[in-house]
Design a protein around this ligand. Sequence first.
Ligand SMILES: [Zn+2]
Length: 343
Amino acid sequence: MGLKEELNVILQEAGKEVKKIKDKKLFDEIRVKFLGKKGELKNILGKLGSLSVEEKKEIGQLANEVKDKIQEMIDEASERIEKQERSARLKKGVGDISVSRDIPPIGYYHPLTVVLERMIGVFKNMGFTVEEGPELEEEYYNFDALNIPWYHPARDDHDSFYISKGKLMRTHTSPMQARIMEKRKPPLAVVVPGRCFRRDAVDATHGHTFYQMEGFVVDKHITFADLKGTLLTWAKMMFGPQTQIRMRPDYFPFTEPSGEVGVTCPVCGGKLCPVCKHTGWIEIGGCGMIDPEVLKNVGYDPENVSGFAFGMGLERIAMTVYGIRDIRYFMENDMRLLEQFVK
Ligand SMILES: [Zn+2]
């Protein structure tokens, strides 16, 4: 048998074997057998040495054609089998079950976020708008505009992180009272949640970073009764309809008169428990009528408009709602704590 015939036989054999294949993995074996380094085509080419130049050329060309045809047959068959496998999978009604899928664990809301969103919901229902302000604040808005000039002793209560001259991390959310009133005319009803910073020593009830929610209302004829009604409504919506509030005299430079606000302990309902330190009451913040000096600073006429303001500590409220005893837990991001607040 001449080399030409041998090449034809190889082509036919390869054709037969490719047709038989049902498993993709076997294509490699065929490729090696016919086209590999020690395969049948290479074997033929090894015999070219004894031929004339003309014959070498002719057989070499034919060998190349046979090689291309075999490769083509393998490619076609492999594609056909892949299609069959895919349609079989689809008929079964499943996707590609060979792909493994790791489902990530479910995330949790931080308890402060949960309380903050509840607070915002309650105040929005009462007609308040929600605003945010800068954490890096100007000394003017943090103190001076709020009736706390540089010589005022109240500045001692606000141990501050100064970043540069005249700029500090805000020590409360109250600067936003001045910023908002300066830009707009009454009537105003706004709450401002946000992070505040003080150089306090950290213990179970104090942090250097904490959340406040500021709220204020300014309009004609706003009185202390409006303040009381607003806070009572908030407390009932937040802690339940049986909740009562109490207000006791306090002092803040930017409100006159000023008070501290307490709610009946939502944990024991006034029957005394460790959360309320056996008093039946929980202090949640400060409040008062906006001082006329503050109104003047933003260009309002205190003879014409009046307003009230309040500030609440979100950690304090969250600690009460969830019975968390140590304020430091909020900053530690311990999953064992956070996992308990799936929303
Ligand atoms: Zn209690």
